[in-house]
Design a protein. Structure first.
Length: 314
């Protein structure tokens, strides 16, 4: 399921929820009309509302009818209260009072729909429940002590602000273990998901496993398995180089994935402990040349010692 389908699915759920609430209110009114005194009042209300539709909203006649409707509403509530009828059941109960479960407020997407879509995207991505970090959790002291890392964080902020319109949409982070690559990847992923981008975050190991599973599955199931990797707005591959190298299948699958995403102008960020030369040695020039394509890729080295060890020692 792609992002457009997810949004449509969430809108359908809101529409269904709204319809159920309206049906419940209609059923409650039907029960209320079994009370003869209330039914008489409600018939008058219906007749007046039909009359009201014939006049301009700001006309004197319309104002008079609205006054009568207000009086009838008060009388109707008094009758229901006397019969111990729950008046609140007559109102359509919306989960979101801002948009009344339509998903939009004045043509702008409502916070409730944003939240629902975001949660659906996270569920669709599967692995995103492992993401614990965002930009608010950055250690200012660590950044202050490491100008290169601080520059990378500032660049990542800018990348997120401009997404998906970055001139160089692909990034490659490389450096030793513990230099902040994965932390920054998680920050980018969480920030872009907040902005309702379809982000898939996965290790190279799991991507390799997923692609092998897809190509060993019935043809009819392959698209469903591979869709998140090939259709997401951003694919983040963490720890490239740590996956087992089943030479032919691993290289073919990785090349196909990188090539197809670039062909469709879909962004990708890769982190690796390998240097560009080691990438070339492990995967060959075909993959290296696409991974480090200077027309669409910015390469960011992560230098220094293991930040996790520093934190334990301090």
């Amino acid at each position: 399921m792609n992002k457009k389908q997810i949004i449509q699915d969430e809108l359908y759920k809101l529409d269904l929820k709204r319809s159920q609430a309206e049906i419940a209110a209609v059923a409650a009114l039907r029960c209320a009309r079994e009370i003869a005194e209330f039914r008489e009042i409600d018939d008058k209300v219906r007749a007046l509302k039909l009359q009201l539709a014939k006049f301009e909203p700001n006309s004197t006649k319309a104002a008079d009818i609205k006054k009568q409707l207000a009086q009838l509403d008060k009388q109707g509530k008094q009758i229901l209260k006397k019969h111990k009828f729950d008046i609140s059941t007559l109102a359509v109960k919306h989960d979101c009072p801002k948009c009344n479960d339509t998903g939009f407020v004045d043509g702008v997407i409502c916070d409730c729909l944003k939240h629902n879509v975001q949660q659906a995207l996270i569920k669709q991505c599967g692995l995103n429940n492992k993401l614990n970090f965002d930009f608010s959790k950055s250690d200012e002291k660590v950044l202050a002590d490491n100008p290169q890392l601080s520059k990378a964080y500032r660049f990542a902020h800018k990348y997120c602000e401009n997404f998906p319109n970055n001139k160089e949409s692909n990034l490659v982070f490389y450096g030793e273990v513990g230099t902040g690559k994965t932390f920054l990847l998680e920050c980018i992923a969480n920030e872009l998901m907040k902005r309702l981008n379809y982000v898939v975050f996965s290790t190279a190991y799991d991507i390799n496993k997923t692609m092998i599973k897809a190509f060993n599955s019935p043809f009819s199931e392959r698209d469903t398995i591979l869709a998140p990797l090939f259709e997401s707005d951003l694919l983040i591959i963490d720890d490239l180089g740590t996956e087992p190298l089943y030479h032919e299948s691993t290289l073919t699958n990785l090349f196909t994935l990188i090539n197809e995403r670039q062909r469709n102008n879909l962004a990708m960020i890769v982190s690796t402990n390998l240097t560009p030369d080691q990438i070339n040695e492990r995967y060959g020039n075909r993959i290296k040349s696409r991974l480090f394509n200077q027309n669409i890729t910015i390469t960011i080295p992560f230098l220094g010692s293991d930040l996790r060890l520093k934190k334990k020692m301090s």
